[in-house]
Design a protein around this ligand. Structure first.
Ligand code: ADP
Ligand code: MG
Length: 353
């Protein structure tokens, strides 16, 4: 049985459906990320787990005990928000000590624990500072130390890094992963940033309209988006349409005919108009590459630092984004007619949702 079991959780705000029968099971010690666009219900689920939001329906079971009606302070969960929410008039050390005082720890135990937490998050030298005397990253470290000091059963994190600049965010991502490993605490982390979710998580739950529309390991979700929404939201995918010709078991795609690859199932993926995705890194420029090749016109070329992003138009009026090395894109001109190819094994077919 899972450590945390969320069953058919629902929450409405008037006519807004914030959670629509969410089921989620999290194992002890797991790092699970709730990923989805703004308004998809991530915070509502996290606040329901924390006990700050009362669901209309469904239940939350932790370690075999139903906590749906248990007060937040009795759930023993740590919570970290985007805005840190440190007590401004208290020093870092006093902030970290606060949950321990509330729990009536002995003085000596509190001092020892505060020392340990300060060193865990690298704030030993800043123990006496007030929050306003800390940088954003340092405040976030202090907030983490406070949320972890009392040994919570679960740490809930709601977009804790989104206020930080990119380089600091990457440092804090590594820091969070290290804290997760060293403490062994179960982490439930909310973000709207796909790359952050990929980088951090054991498993990702993708949210859409108050539901979990896909759950899985980062690589599995990336390789096999379950729906048009996931394929689109996970970013970077070319989503295009083709026509299935059942008599020949072929797809008419980009003005040419592609024998239907093994992963295409007419019963599942539609008969007639078919939606599929192709990743930018799986498309290449070639005269007649090993896979399926077709003519295109170069529409745009932009340098992204690590690679070139080339947009091409197909003869049936669809745009494709291609990620290519600077060497393979060298000499391309806007308006040029070239051929493009991909390995049919690398494309995916979608059922719309
Ligand atoms: N306290 C509230 N009152 C009314 N509507 C709310 C409240 N909290 C959230 N909502 C609505 O519920 C939906 C889900 O919100 P939320 O869980 O905050 O999404 P996310 O965290 O994914 O951005 C949104 O449509 C939001 O406007
Ligand atoms: Mg939110």
């Amino acid at each position: 049985m899972a450590f945390l079991d969320i069953r058919k959780l629902s929450k409405n705000y008037g006519s807004t459906v914030a959670l629509d029968g969410v089921d989620l099971s999290v194992n002890a010690g797991e790092f699970v990320t709730l990923l989805g666009p703004s308004g998809s219900g991530k915070t509502t689920l996290l606040m329901s787990i924390a006990g700050f939001t009362q669901p209309d329906d469904g239940g939350i079971v932790i370690d075999g005990v139903d906590v749906t009606d248990v007060d937040p302070e009795d759930r023993d969960f740590g919570v970290v928000f985007q805005g840190y929410a440190l007590f401004p008039h208290m020093t870092v050390a006093d902030n970290i000590a606060f949950p321990l005082k509330v729990r009536k720890w002995a003085k000596a135990d509190i001092s020892a624990k505060v020392e340990e937490m300060l060193s865990l998050v690298g704030l030993d030298k800043l123990a006496g500072r007030k929050p306003r005397e800390l940088s954003g990253g340092q405040q976030q470290r202090a907030a983490l130390a406070r949320a972890l000091s009392f040994g919570p059963r679960i740490l809930l994190l709601d977009e804790p890094l989104s206020a930080l600049d990119r380089s600091l965010r990457e440092i804090m991502q590594r820091e969070l992963k290290r804290l997760h490993k060293e403490t062994g605490v179960t982490f439930i982390f909310v973000t709207h940033d796909q790359e952050e979710a990929y980088a951090m998580s054991d498993r990702i739950a993708v949210f859409h309209n108050g539901r979990i529309v896909q759950m899985g390991a980062p690589r599995d979700i990336y390789r096999k988006p379950a729906s048009l929404f996931v394929a689109g939201f996970l970013g970077g995918n070319n989503i295009v349409t083709a026509r299935y010709l059942s008599a020949e078991h072929k797809l008419k795609l980009f003005g040419d005919y592609l024998p239907a690859p093994p992963q295409f199932d007419p019963a599942q993926h539609g008969n007639g108009e078919v939606t599929l995705w192709v990743r930018p890194e799986n498309l290449s420029f070639s005269e007649a590459g090993g896979g399926y090749s077709f003519p295109v016109t170069v529409l745009d070329i932009s340098f992204t630092g690590s690679s070139e992003r080339v947009v091409v138009g197909t003869v049936d009026g669809q745009d494709l984004m291609i990620q290519a090395s600077s060497e393979s894109a060298a000499g391309l001109q806007i308006g040029q007619q070239i051929r493009c190819s991909f390995n049919p094994g690398a494309i995916g077919f979608l059922a719309s949702d």
